[in-house]
Design a protein around this ligand. Structure first.
Ligand SMILES: *Cc1c(COP(=O)(O)O)cnc(C)c1O
Length: 458
């Protein structure tokens, strides 16, 4: 449609931060126009709360105003003013194969011709469930939903149904979607009952969520001891992506497994972000720790709305109509969504993860070196193609250390990178992603842009 969307799988010709710019020469910021984006944002704010349908999109944490996107292809996105950016947001994780892969778009067209939704079972749903189980054998049974939020809230319902207990342990800084029970953070003491993070969450609901410290098994054990026989499940992002990337310390996930077994508590891995991102078998295969229940989303939908939860057969057999625990969805297992998911899962192979690892390492190393040259304190946390540069001089291992980051500086960096044609998450506390469509050229261009951006904000 748009002139700029055609050959956008590599940085555009006029892109100021191409890797063939002579080494060491500063990459100048382009004086981009954002006239159309700004006008749309003004209109949007009159009809949509804050002008967006998901808060982080509004750029509040980084300043500036959001770009309205017209099209995307491969590793790049193009806004309504015709600016093309190398994209490290990738729809917040789903697009491991990049934007608009031609064979997926063709397949979706064929499937759409057969109808877009039936509210009745299809072979596609059997195929994707079989595919998920072959990739993640702990999902003996799996139920599909339309979002990650539905997957996590339903997995907790299963855990409560199975154990007859009401309380749940989560970790400060972990995000599990926007269901009431998860919008909770701890008070200062580890044994403090949860207080809601958001108005509108009933205090009685928040009180059922206990908050522990990521990478701190003692904090978990203290909660389990203080709430003996009351905890249904521990829910964790096995690699945190939602306070920026924070990997589990050696032994942490194994320790959670052991504590769960000792206390009769179910272990739920929220792999909505990590599932198929860090390994074909998810973080559980990467670390060899096996949860009772797993939540999936993002990559499993290949860019269309899909979530899923699954696990041990005895637990998942509680879900209606096999069992008494109610959960449903008008569009769950939607043929278009499942087609995109299946396409996305079928494209996962060892070569892809090797390539992502190589590019991500190059990006991380390059960012660190560039920051060092500009004397900007930076920590890069990375697991495969999940990567976050934190603007802090100290290691980031949990929520407290993550929130020591200089978010003003991240905002300045974000704006400086945007001006150089690089589209980054609009918050310090998010993971950046790479895709199969990213190349060494994109990464080199990004490092060159970062070199200049660090110089500007130092
Ligand atoms: C994105 C995310 C969710 C929520 O998924 P939605 O599809 O946005 O509802 C839940 N858990 C984790 C770990 C996520 O990254």
């Amino acid at each position: 449609m748009k002139r700029t969307s055609r050959k956008a799988s590599t940085p555009s010709r006029r892109h100021p931060s191409r890797d063939d710019s002579p080494k060491g020469r500063p990459v100048k910021a382009k004086a981009a126009t954002n006239r159309k984006s700004a006008a749309l944002f003004a209109r949007a704010q009159a009809v949509i709360p804050g002008g967006v349908n998901s808060p982080v999109r509004a750029f509040k944490a980084v300043g500036g105003s959001p770009r309205f996107i017209a099209s995307a292809k491969g590793a790049t996105i193009t806004d309504v003013d015709g600016n093309t950016y190398i994209d490290y947001v990738l729809s917040w994780g789903p697009l491991i194969h990049g934007h608009a892969p031609p064979s997926l778009i063709r397949t979706l067209g064929q499937v759409a011709k057969l109808g877009t939704s039936y509210g009745a079972p299809t072979e596609l749903e059997v195929l994707i469930a079989e595919k998920v189980r072959s990739l993640m054998p702990t999902l003996e049974l799996v139920r599909f939903t339309s979002s990650g939020t539905e997957a996590t809230m339903s997995a907790v319902r299963v855990a409560r149904a199975a154990t007859g207990r009401d309380r749940v342990i989560k970790f400060a800084g972990c995000y599990h979607g926007h269901a009431d029970g998860f919008l909770v953070e701890a008070g200062s003491g580890a044994l403090t009952l949860g207080v809601p993070t958001s108005p509108g969450v009933a205090a009685s609901t928040a009180a059922l969520t206990l908050t522990a410290t990521f990478n701190d098994l003692d904090s978990v054990e203290a909660l389990l001891d203080a709430n003996a026989m009351q905890v249904a499940a521990i829910v964790v992002e096995p690699i945190v992506g939602n306070m920026g990337t924070v990997p589990p310390a050696p032994g942490f996930l194994q320790g959670l497994r052991r504590l769960c077994d000792q206390h009769g508590v179910l272990l739920i891995f929220d792999e909505v972000m990590t599932g198929f991102r860090v390994h074909r078998g998810g973080a559980q295969a990467l670390y060899g720790v096996w949860p009772d229940l797993t939540c999936l989303g993002k990559i499993i939908g290949g860019g269309l709305p899909v979530g899923a939860y699954g696990g041990r057969k005895d637990l998942m057999s509680l879900v209606a109509p096999a069992g008494p625990m109610y959960q449903a969805g008008t569009l769950s297992g939607n043929p278009l969504a499942v087609t995109a998911g299946l396409w996305s899962l079928r494209g996962l192979n060892a070569t892809l993860y090797r390539t992502l690892e190589r590019l991500s390492k190059r990006l991380g190393d390059g960012l660190l070196a560039a920051a060092r040259r500009a004397s900007v304190p930076l920590q890069v946390n990375r697991v495969g193609s999940m990567i976050t540069p934190f603007f802090t001089a100290y290691p980031v291992t949990d929520y407290a250390s993550a929130t020591k980051s200089d978010t003003e500086r991240y905002g300045a960096f974000h704006r400086a990178m945007l001006a150089r044609g690089v589209y980054l998450p609009a918050s310090q506390y998010e993971a950046w992603f790479l895709s199969a469509a990213h190349t060494d050229r994109h990464v080199a261009a990004t490092i060159a842009a970062a070199e200049a951006a660090f110089g500007e904000i130092a």
